[in-house]
Design a protein around this ligand. Sequence first.
Ligand code: FAD
Ligand code: DLZ
Length: 504
Amino acid sequence: MSATHRGVRLILGDQVNPSHSWFATVDPSITYVMMEVRSETDYVLHHAQKVLAIFAAMRRFAERLRAQGHAVRYIRIGDADNKHTLRENIAMVMQECGAASWEHMQPDEWRVDQHLGPTPYTTEHFLSERDDVALLFKGKKRWLMETFYRQMRVRYNVLMDADQQPVGGSWNFDEENRRPWKGTPPEPVDPRPHHDCSALWEEICAAGVATMGNAHADNLRWPLDAEEAQSVLTAFLDNALPHFGTYQDAISRKARRLFHALISFSLNVKMLNPLDVVRQAEQRYHDGTAPIAAVEGFIRQILGWREYVRGIYWSQMPDYVERNALDNHRDLPQWFWSGNTKMQCVKDAVDASLDTAYAHHIQRLMITGNIALLLGCSPQRVHEWYLGVYIDAFEWVEVPNTIGMSQHADNGLMATKPYVSSAAYVHRMSDACGTCAYKHKERLGDDACPFNALYWNFYLRHEDTLRKNPRVGMAYRHIDGMSADERLAITERAAWLIDHADEL
Ligand code: FAD
Ligand code: DLZ
């Protein structure tokens, strides 16, 4: 665009990246437009903190651009002239400033991509192209994250030695990363900032936006700009990274965050750059302040999983979101919305989600996702809950994790085996069973932990599809040792649990 040809550029709520080349020079012919719109607040029931944090970060970003001399038109949720769709607001702003054209960066969700159309501008954020995963596995029956991850390590020369071999002698230290947490080392202090967003919350409520969960508007704990995001990351690298790998799969009632980084929101709205995060973590290994197993485990999540799931999303959409390979159709039990369940581990995970818009990976996968799958809940209902409840939830990353990894609804594309467990796993990795109303060792009877009968029932119900999967052979060897009476008792108990799911 030039001074003689006025133009409008859209910045979405998950594109608040101050380092994008669009903002390197001030061009008076360009008006940047940002907007709080019902088409984005209403496509799913979002957590209150998610709406608050996105709007607050957008407003702060607009101020930053203005302070740099850029022209910004910001449309607030309550503005009388707000048309509440991206395209209609763009048209309005174009008319206002006499612009002949508009531009946007590649959006991350299929829905918005369809709405906005093709663009030559990327967000300059991701480390792989949308179709890299599909191209890597073209014609292959099995898609494996590990294959993609190794390619990314080589491509970006991350944790590689001079001979192009992985440092530490192994690509993957996952086997060392499976310990429960017994109270030490202590959980680091929560490094996140505090924000009073009460006035913004009033605007959101006055506009009639429906949300779920606790807003905590006078004490919002999410970073709202790149500098705050970097402070949270630095605190993680200083205090938590050395223990990240070891306790990555642990769950504790005494420590909600444990040694997780709390950076997914900052990454997904692009306040943090993933390669920058990876390089900072790698440096900690070279400095000798964090062991290889921790650093590699952390880097794998970002350079591996995060990029891989995005590739899966773009290779499978639009119908990926509708997959239901295990034919599950039940509604979510009411306690997904209230935390009102006697299952202590589930209550803790749901309470954390509703209260903080966050739960760590193992709570999402092995507690809430696990129980939803064992109860036969519809993957689409599960997907809507995850897309709404978490601060970091955007379809490109949430859908492969939920539909694929957690609910096994994509026929094993994302995960070679279903992520289900009995109470034994929960007992091993968490301290929840000790205070639970249910008995974790029992399979049958009113007091028996529901996970147990549901777990064996899951494998019985899906025997036709799962018995031939070599990764779940152990489960069927155990089932083969059960008497017919035992199997019947399990299926009867499971049927009762499923029918009475709201009361568990
Ligand atoms: P850490 O555990 O400290 O990990 C560091 C970073 O690695 C994360 O910030 C994230 O960017 C990346 N990462 C880790 N695991 C994954 C993964 N499986 N997929 C993609 N990136 C990963 N993550 C989201 O960002 N948005 C979602 O909507 C989302 N939905 C999920 C739904 C389900 C059912 C499951 C099982 C996982 C989901 N995840 C999602 C992945 C993961 O749980 C979160 O990224 C993580 O809990 C965020 O917290 P953290 O920043 O403390 O992460
Ligand atoms: C999640 C979200 C919400 C709740 N509201 C807005 C909004 O009002 N305006 C906006 O630009 N973006 C919002 N977002 C983030 C978008 O949903 C996200 O940018 C797109 O889905 C593309 O990933």
